[in-house]
Design a protein around this ligand. Structure first.
Ligand code: SRM
Ligand code: SF4
Length: 568
C-alpha cells in the first residue's frame, strides 16, 4: 500500500491533530500510524526504534522496540535551575536516563515509550516548557549567540530569539488538546494559520541570531541567519540578513548540497518581525511541495534566483532592506572555562561529549549537574556546539560550583588532552536515529583517541582544529563546516571532508570517499605534518589546506564561501 504524501497528511490532519489521540490510546501496538508519525513531529516528537535491538527482535518476530524522541522548544537555549531539575526528573523517570544537548541549543529525550508519551509531555509542560514546533515543517528552535562575555547584548538577542519563536508558532490548539487535555472548541481543526496556512511550510525552517565576533550558532547554515550589528553605545542597531543556508545532502545526488546563506541586507529591530514573516511566506509560497528532498529554502532560492526572492521579500515586507553593514567573525566554537561578563557575573562553559549528559563510570555528569542545579541561582545556557554554560554565577558562588564540577568530573572534557577533542561535535546517529548509516556520537571518543597520537607527534595538541562527525549526509552536526569532518556512508565507513574555515564561512570539500578509520588516519597524517611545519601564525587547518592548494572549494552550484570580513 502506498502512503499519502506529507502534503496530503498535513492538509487532512485537521490542523495537526490527525488520529493522534486515538493512536496514543491504542494498547495493541507501541507505534503510531504512518500519518500520525508525520504529524507528531510538529508536536516535537519522533517515533524511533532501538536499532541495536532491531535484528534480534525481527528474528523473534516481535515488532521493533518502538520508542519516542522528544525535543524541547527552547529559543536561545536558556533554562532555570528549577527547569533543570524537572528535566532531570523526566529523563530518569520516562526516558533513557540522559539529557542530550542538541546542535540547536535544546534538549532531547530518547527512549520514551508510547504509553508514557503523554505523561512526559505533561511533565514538560509542568516545567513551563513545551515542544511545539521543535520538529516538523515549521519554524524550528531559534538559535541565539551564547557568548558569555556580552551580557547586555546576550539579553537583547535572547529576547529576540523568544519573540521570533513565539511569533512563528503554529496557531492550532492541537498540541494543547492532544497532550494537555484542553477541551475542544467550535474552531478545533479549523483554526486560522495566518502565516503558515493549511499546509504549513514545504519543509523545516531554521533561524539563528549570531553576535560577532562569535559565530557559535553557525549563522550561515540556517534558512534565515541574522547577524546582530552593534551601535557605538554597544546596543543592538539591527541585523544583517542572510538567506538560504542549509547543510543536508544525499550521497550520490548532485541535486542536493550544503549551502551557505546569501547576505542580502540590513534590517532595524522594529522591522524584523515583518521581514522574517516576508521571508517565511516567500518560502511557503515558492518552496517545492512535490519533492521533499528539494524543498528547503536554499533550493527555492537557487531555483528562482536570489534577486527574485529578495524582491518578493521586500514586496511582502513593504520596505527595502538597507545596505549590509560590516561585520567580522573570529570563530564558530565555544569559549570554554570561566568568563566574566560586563555585568560582573561569572559564566562557566563546560564541554560535553556530544552533548550527552548521563551518569557513566568516572563521569557522573547527570548527577553532578543535578547537584549544581540544587544550589545554582543563575541560569543554564546551552550552546549550538552541544556544550553547556553554568551562567550568571556571583563571585562568591564560584567556589561551590568549582567543587561540584571537580567532584563529578564535569570538567573531564574541558581537560581533554587535545583542543580538537574539546571542541568536536558529533550527531546522535545510532542507535536511535533512523537515518544513520554509521556511528557518530558513539564513535567520537574512539576516533579522537585514535587521532591523538598523530596530533601529539606533530605537536598539534593545542591546535584548535574543528572536527565534526555525522552518521549520514543530512549533516546534523553541521559537518560541512568542519575543518575535518567524517560523514557516514556505511557502518565503519565515512567520507572524509576537509577545508572549512573556523568561522563558519567556508564549506569543506570531499577529500576521500567511503573509507575506514585506518585510511582516514593515513590520509590525515601527512596533512597534519605539513600543517605543523608550514602553517602561518594563527592560521587554521582548513585555511592552510586551501593556501597550500591541497583542497579547493567544493563543486556545489552556489554559495560555498563568504569573504572573511565584509566591509561593503
Ligand atoms: Fe537533524 C533529521 C537529529 C540538527 C539536518 N536530525 C534528524 C533526525 C530527526 C532523524 C530523522 O529524521 O529520523 C535526527 C534524530 C536523531 C536522534 O535520534 O535524536 C536528527 N538534528 C538532530 C540533532 C539532535 C543532532 C545532534 O546531535 O545534536 C539536532 C537537533 C536540533 C534541534 O534541537 O532542533 C539536529 N539537523 C540538525 C542540523 C544542524 C542545525 O540545524 O544547525 C541540521 C543541518 C542544518 C539544516 O537543517 O540544513 C540537520 N536533520 C537534518 C536533516 C537534513 C535536512 C535537509 O533538509 O537537508 C534531516 C533529515 C530530514 O529532515 O529529512 C535531519
Ligand atoms: Fe541522524 Fe544523519 Fe542527523 Fe546524524 S546526521 S542525527 S545520522 S539524520
Amino acid at each position: 500500500m502506498s502512503h499519502p504524501s506529507v502534503e496530503d497528511i498535513k492538509i487532512n490532519s485537521r490542523r495537526l491533530r490527525g488520529t493522534l489521540q486515538q493512536g496514543l490510546e491504542d494498547p495493541v501496538t507501541g507505534s503510531l500510524s504512518f500519518d500520525d508519525q508525520r504529524l507528531v513531529k510538529f508536536h516535537g516528537s519522533y517515533q524511533q526504534d532501538d536499532r541495536d535491538l532491531r535484528d534480534e527482535r525481527r528474528r523473534q518476530k516481535l515488532e521493533p522496540a518502538h520508542q519516542f524522541m522528544i525535543r524541547i522548544r527552547a529559543p536561545g537555549g536558556v533554562f532555570t535551575p528549577t527547569q533543570w531539575l524537572h528535566l532531570d526528573h523526566i529523563a530518569t523517570t520516562w526516558a533513557n536516563h540522559s539529557l542530550r544537548v542538541t546542535t540547536r541549543q535544546t534538549f532531547q529525550f530518547h527512549g520514551v515509550i508510547k504509553r508514557e508519551l503523554k505523561a512526559t509531555m505533561q511533565a514538560i509542560n509542568a516545567a513551563a516548557l513545551d515542544t511545539i514546533a521543535a520538529c516538523g515543517d515549521v519554524n524550528r528552535n531559534v538559535l541565539g549567540a551564547s557568548n558569555p562575555l556580552q551580557s547586555r547584548l546576550h539579553a537583547q538577542v535572547h529576547e529576540w530569539t523568544q519573540q521570533l519563536s513565539s511569533h512563528f508558532l503554529p496557531r492550532t490548539r492541537a498540541y494543547y488538546e492532544v497532550w494537555l487535555d484542553e477541551a475542544k472548541v467550535a474552531s478545533s481543526g479549523e483554526e486560522e494559520e495566518p502565516v503558515y496556512g493549511a499546509t504549513y511550510l514545504p519543509r523545516k525552517f531554521k533561524i539563528a541570531v549570531a553576535v560577532p565576533p562569535s559565530n557559535d550558532v553557525d549563522v550561515f547554515a540556517n534558512d534565515l541567519g541574522l547577524i546582530a550589528i552593534v551601535d557605538s553605545q554597544g546596543d543592538l542597531a539591527g541585523f544583517n540578513v542572510a538567506i538560504g543556508g542549509g547543510m543536508g545532502a544525499s550521497h550520490g545526488d548532485a541535486n542536493t548540497y550544503p549551502r551557505l546563506g546569501n547576505v542580502i541586507g540590513f534590517v532595524r529591530p522594529d522591522r524584523l518581525l515583518a521581514l522574517v514573516e516576508a521571508v517565511i511566506t516567500t518560502q511557503r509560497d515558492y518552496g517545492d511541495r512535490v519533492e521533499r528532498k528539494h524543498a528547503r529554502f536554499k533550493y527555492t532560492i537557487d531555483t528562482h534566483g536570489v534577486d527574485f526572492i529578495v524582491a518578493q521579500i521586500q514586496q511582502r515586507a513593504g520596505f527595502e532592506l538597507e545596505p549590509v553593514r560590516s561585520w567580522s567573525f573570529a570563530h564558530n566554537g565555544d569559549r570554554l572555562g570561566w568568563a566574566r561578563s560586563e555585568d560582573g557575573l561569572w559564566h562557566l562553559t563546560l564541554s560535553l561529549p556530544s552533548g550527552r549528559i548521563a551518569d557513566r563510570p568516572g563521569t557522573p555528569h547527570l548527577s553532578g549537574l543535578r547537584e549544581i542545579a540544587r544550589i545554582h541561582h543563575g541560569q543554564f545556557r546551552l550552546t549550538a556546539n552541544q556544550n553547556l554554560t553554568i551562567a550568571a554565577v556571583a563571585e562568591g558562588e564560584r567556589e561551590r560550583i568549582d567543587a561540584l564540577v571537580a567532584q563529578y568530573a564535569l570538567d573531564s572534557e574541558n581537560n581533554a588532552t587535545t583542543a580538537l577533542a574539546r571542541h568536536a561535535v558529533a550527531c546522535v546517529a545510532l542507535p536511535t536515529c533512523a537515518l544513520a548509516m554509521a556511528e557518530a556520537e558513539r564513535y567520537l571518543p574512539d576516533f579522537v583517541s585514535a587521532l591523538e597520537p598523530l596530533l601529539d607527534r606533530h605537536g598539534l595538541r593545542e591546535a584548535p582544529i574543528l572536527l565534526r562527525i555525522s552518521g549520514c549526509p543530512n549533516g546534523c552536526s553541521r559537518p560541512y563546516l568542519g575543518e575535518i569532518a567524517l560523514v557516514g556512508k556505511a557502518p565503519g565507513r565515512y567520507n572524509l571532508m576537509l577545508g572549512a574555515d573556523h568561522r563558519g564561512q567556508r564549506l569543506n570539500t570531499l577529500y576521500r570517499e567511503n573509507i575506514a578509520e585506518a585510511d582516514i588516519l593515513a590520509a590525515l597524517d601527512p596533512l597534519l605534518g605539513r600543517y605543523a611545519a608550514e602553517r602561518n601564525e594563527a592560521e587554521g587547518f582548513g585555511d592552510f589546506l586551501h593556501r597550500a592548494g591541497i583542497v579547493a572549494l567544493p563543486p556545489y552550484p552556489t554559495h560555498r564561501q563568504i569573504p572573511v570580513e565584509l566591509h561593503p
